[in-house]
Write a protein that binds this ligand. Structure first.
Ligand code: DC
Length: 243
């Protein structure tokens, strides 16, 4: 253990970022990964990938999944992995060799992913993959249960939130910028509904881990957040080296 800590570098730690939807977790996690030379893992993308697979196989009906075990069994023969569409490009999700990055961001997938992410067999499938990513350390993962379930021993845990109205406004502006037809009240309702589903599902509900550092970024810019996290990482690093 002594040798491991002695030769460990800042970039070898595991950082778990959990929190409410539309708090900018992935932008934040990607920026940390890029500044420290770590790998970024978008765990929500895996739940979205499983959702696309379930939709394509007709396993989701109007209200849910009739046979979660069947889905789990089919998933055993599925390759779901991150790769680069172009050399040096950003990491994208591939399902059995097909780049599905665009499809997993569709409204159809977004509308069903909470149902899929609530299923225990699906969570087991995704958790297994995530734990493999963590074996070598040096990862920043964002999600809902990374610090509580997937990596309860992560070196640093952050719990992110922001006022629902602020989050809804950020999303609304993004949608308008993309030329989508958006209504602020609908977006706000959706943010509140997603918080409720994430916090109240039976399997791995969204919770702040006891030892997570709380970040409310309602009134912060992305640069403010980076100044904040650099200080936290330095402090954490000092305490890791002492132990
Ligand atoms: O972060 P996102 O919007 O891409 O997440 C998609 C869905 O997956 C969302 O319903 C929350 C869920 N999710 C989860 O349950 N656990 C995670 N670790 C990551 C995402």
């Amino acid at each position: 253990m002594f040798v491991l800590i002695r030769y460990m570098e800042k970039r070898d730690i595991i950082i778990a970022i959990d929190g409410h939807s539309s708090t900018g977790k992935s932008t934040f996690a990607k920026e940390i990964a890029s500044r420290y030379g770590m790998i970024y893992v978008d765990t929500g993308a895996l739940y979205r990938g499983v959702t696309l697979f379930a939709l394509r196989n007709g396993l989701i009906n109007g209200t849910g999944v009739e046979n979660p075990e069947k889905l789990y069994n089919l998933l055993q023969n599925v390759s779901l992995r991150f790769g680069q569409a172009a050399p040096g490009g950003k990491s994208e999700l591939f399902l059995n060799g097909e780049n599905i990055e665009t499809q997993i961001r569709s409204l159809e997938v977004a509308g069903k992913v909470s149902i899929i992410a609530a299923l225990k067999p699906v969570r087991d499938f995704v958790d297994f993959k995530l734990k493999e990513f963590g074996v070598t350390g040096g990862v920043v993962m964002d999600g809902r249960d990374i610090g509580t379930v997937v990596f309860p021993d992560a070196d640093l845990k952050i719990f992110m939130t922001a006022d629902p109205k602020v989050r809804a406004m950020r999303r609304y502006r993004e949608m308008v910028t993309r030329g989508e037809d958006a209504d602020f009240d609908d977006v706000l309702r959706n943010v509140i509904e997603r918080d409720f589903m994430d916090e109240n599902r039976e399997n791995a509900p969204l919770r702040k881990a006891q030892d997570a550092v709380f970040l409310d970024n309602s009134n912060m810019t992305e640069e403010d957040q980076m100044v904040w996290i650099e200080k936290i990482i330095s402090e954490k690093w000092k305490s890791l080296k002492k132990n």
